[in-house]
Write a protein that binds this ligand. Structure first.
Ligand SMILES: *Cc1c(COP(=O)(O)O)cnc(C)c1O
Length: 356
């Protein structure tokens, strides 16, 4: 039996989107491939509120996290971490021999504009990274407030991991001034895993030229070069099945209407938070609680793994806590194709299993 996924990726994929993965192949150097890349880019520019070029990478979201910090750090990067995915970004810098510092907030708390200001004002950095939506703790960072502070440091490249939020929450890339905004297919965009997506500013494309060793497969400048000079193609064979499905899914997303889509996510988040507070407690500071998933503190000391086994019997699946937060928290994702009705179904099932 298929289990309906309330996990923060992979998420539910609509059957008609899944079917697009089985589209007969075309050559990746064909005019049709170029046309498809252009269409996908134009649609993603709408979803991301940007005029910046869009890059696709056949990797999961981590690919472009690693690619961006490696391609763009000429001097030193500072990684603002609020949990597991921020820590991953710092690790990527370390293992690539990229000079970097990390500021890690207490888990459950956001990155504040004050702390960003404090680090950037030292003048030591040419790159800083922010996790928009931390999937371990359920924190959604205040991008607009961070953008205000960042205006003082326009030459420091701003990289944002919006992997688990984009299209479920509004990210106005150009208005915020984000240089690289990363997402991937298997979260709120509701496609199978396998492709990462980012926007990249002209400023970042220039800045990266100073970096000598950018790698090749995940070098953002190399990827862009092919788009610019080879009529919207890729330096290596991209996952064409994902591109067929993504092109189609973006039509569905734009047909729903972006504001409607964000409102649907907000509605699910508000319901889930209220439910969590009634029966358990919220893990993140409520003001910064995510719009795409809710991390819940296991105040009743339930066995989360057992709960999930019981949920499986009725065709549902939630997520245990991430890493050290396993069993101490659990997570209900409400993103992508899910609706309030689905969230009500899973919370009711939990109430019935736990006899709440
Ligand atoms: C899922 C996710 C990623 C990417 O993880 P992959 O394992 O590469 O799919 C990055 N950042 C956040 C916040 C995520 O939720």
């Amino acid at each position: 039996m298929h289990k309906k996924l309330f996990i923060p990726g992979p998420t539910e994929v609509a059957p008609e989107v899944l079917a697009k993965l089985a589209t007969p192949m075309i050559g990746h150097r064909s005019k049709d491939a170029s046309k498809m890349q252009k269409e996908i880019s134009e649609k993603l520019q709408k979803v991301m509120y940007t005029e910046n070029p869009i890059l696709l990478s056949t990797s999961s979201g981590s690919g472009l996290m690693e690619g961006s910090i490696r391609s763009l750090t000429a001097k030193r990067a500072v990684v603002f971490s609020v949990g597991a995915f921020g820590n991953r970004w710092y690790k990527m810098a370390e293992v690539n021999n990229i000079p970097a510092d990390k500021h890690e907030a207490k888990w459950g708390e956001p990155t504040t504009p004050e702390i960003v200001d404090q680090y950037l004002s030292t003048g030591k950095y040419d790159v800083f990274t922010i996790t928009h939506n931390e999937t371990s703790t359920g924190i959604m960072n205040p991008l607009a407030e961070i953008a205000e502070v960042r205006k003082k440091y326009p030459d420091v490249m701003w990289l944002v991991d919006s992997v688990s939020a984009l299209s479920g929450a509004k990210v106005e890339v150009d208005k915020l001034g984000i240089d690289v905004c990363i997402t991937s297919t298997q979260k709120a965009l509701a496609l199978p895993p396998g492709m990462a997506i980012c926007s990249i500013s002209r400023k970042a494309l220039e800045h990266g030229k100073q970096v000598k060793h950018r790698g090749w497969y995940l070098d953002l400048l190399e990827i862009y070069k092919y788009i610019e000079t080879k009529d919207h193609q890729y330096h290596a064979t991209p996952s064409l099945p994902h591109m067929f499905a993504l092109n189609f899914q973006l039509d569905r997303i734009l047909a729903e209407g972006l504001d409607n889509r964000f409102a649907r996510h907000k509605e699910m988040a508000e319901f889930t938070r209220a439910w969590a507070k009634k029966h358990f407690a919220l893990f993140p500071v409520e003001k910064y609680a995510s719009q795409t998933l809710t991390t819940i503190t296991n105040t009743r000391n339930i066995n989360v793994a057992n709960l999930n086994s019981e949920l499986a019997k009725v065709g549902l699946q939630i997520s245990n806590g991430y890493g050290d937060l396993k069993e101490k928290t659990f997570r209900i994702a409400h993103m992508g194709e899910l609706t309030l009705k689905d969230v009500k179904e899973v919370t009711a099932a939990i109430e019935s299993i736990l006899k709440l």
